[in-house]
Design a protein around this ligand. Structure first.
Ligand code: TYD
Length: 138
């Protein structure tokens, strides 16, 4: 059982209903991931070599799934960097608030699904890495 109270990035395996007609996976807010889903968006048609993200959220939590293809999610807590390779639709990465994150290494036709616990708020972003380090490291 995953301890969601620690607020650390973690890969979460999703339910898989295997079926000869095609498989099915499920994400229910507050059940399979540690928050209620308020917003869903997706990133697709990423040209080779491109990088998305490059910011932190002050309060927002998210969950990222590679619904198709593969990509890396790179997280930095102000001290250490962690790289997660996502390449299956039946697991995803929980990213708590206050992690600097970018996404790179997108494969052709990759499709990143992102679930967030808040509506879009430009004011919740930290877009300057030095400022982010100042905030987390004091
Ligand atoms: P952004 O989160 O900055 O993407 P990335 O960090 O990958 O470059 O979003 C890109 C643009 O899309 C930005 O102008 C804000 C807009 N946007 C919305 O309007 N609503 C949303 O839910 C998201 C995620 C982005």
């Amino acid at each position: 059982m995953i301890d969601f109270t620690t607020k650390v990035p973690v890969i979460i395996d999703l339910k898989k209903i295997l079926d000869v007609r095609g498989n099915l996976s499920i994400i229910e807010g507050k059940k399979d991931i540690p928050f209620t889903i308020k917003r869903t968006y997706w990133i697709y048609d990423v040209p080779g070599g491109e990088i998305r993200g490059g910011h932190a959220y002050k309060t927002l939590h998210e969950f990222i799934v590679a619904l198709s293809g593969s990509f890396d999610v790179v997280l930095n807590n102000g001290k250490d960097e962690m790289r997660f390779h996502l390449n299956r639709s039946y697991y995803g990465l929980y990213v708590p608030n206050m992690y600097w994150r970018h996404m790179d290494n997108f494969s052709t036709n990759s499709f990143a699904l992102i679930l967030a616990d808040q509506e879009y708020d430009a004011g919740d972003y930290i877009r300057d890495f030095d400022k982010f380090k100042e905030v987390v490291n004091g």
